[in-house]
Ligand binder design. Structure first.
Ligand code: PGA
Length: 252
């Protein structure tokens, strides 16, 4: 039984004060929520504030990236120990914006995934095709390569120590979404790859999220798909009303 998971990816938005104000509003909306897990991923600058505010609540906290080493001369980077110290349960890895703007490769992602697992942080591994790749019929190949390479060298997985997010790049922040059926096809394909790499049991346990222009208006259709277990929400996670509504719509 996979518990639905809704993750807010705040990206490079909100000052600490704004982040605190948003999380206070979310706390009151989710005060006795059951049957769906909620996490928010603020920028590093507000992680500590948000994490403290979420301590006695049902909201979990994650980071948007991390480096694989524990410490050392890596100017500008944040380590898994630092994220653990702040109470992070999740870390988003391999987001397409990191691949596009910061040169993140599958090899980098794989080192980060290994490091996250070693430190008991659940990596949310992002995969997804660009518009050109989709139009060339390469969606499955791209997603397979990204997933297999991100998990390279990890021989055993139970299933609940990772989350996979399928995010078509052309759907991120554009208002366009994959059709729920197409998204479910890719989610099912991801499950088959996981079954192949590990076991059917592992594949059944991994939560697969859809991401890309998720809103209150379309969440129900995505959640109705058999292989989609939740959403990675960008823009709509920055407002308590829209994020609150997305979470509540997952309960019906
Ligand atoms: P979006 O972003 O909801 O704004 O499209 C999703 C994401 O990048 O995780």
């Amino acid at each position: 039984m996979r518990i639905p998971l809704i993750v807010g990816n705040w990206k490079m938005n909100l000052t600490t004060k704004e982040a605190a104000s948003l999380v206070e509003k979310l706390k009151s909306r989710f005060s006795n929520i059951e049957g769906v897990e909620v996490a928010v991923c603020p920028p590093f600058t507000s992680l500590e504030t948000v994490s403290k505010l979420c301590k006695e609540s049902s909201i979990h906290v994650g980071a948007q990236n991390m480096f694989w080493e524990e410490q050392g001369a890596y100017t500008g980077e944040i380590s898994p120990l630092m994220l653990k110290d702040l109470g992070c349960k999740y870390v988003i890895l391999g987001h397409s914006e990191r691949r596009q703007f910061f040169g993140e490769t599958n090899e980098n992602v794989s080192r980060k995934v290994k490091s996250a697992l070693k430190h008991n942080i659940i990596p949310i591994i992002c995969v997804g095709e660009t518009l050109a790749q989709r139009e060339a019929g390469e969606t499955d190949r791209v997603c397979r390569e990204q997933l297999q390479e991100s998990l390279k060298g990890i021989d055993n997985l139970e299933g609940n120590e990772i989350v996979v997010a399928y995010e078509p790049v052309w759907a991120i922040g554009t208002g366009k979404t994959a059709s729920p059926k197409d998204a479910d096809h890719v989610a099912n394909f991801i499950r088959l790859i996981l079954a192949n790499m590990y076991s059917a049991k592992t594949a059944e346990r991994v939560r697969i999220l859809y991401g890309g222009s998720v809103k209150p208006e379309n969440i129900v259709e995505f959640m109705a798909q058999p292989n989609i277990d939740g959403a990675l929400v960008g823009g709509a996670s920055l407002k308590a009303d829209s994020f609150g509504e997305i979470v509540h719509l997952c309960l019906v």
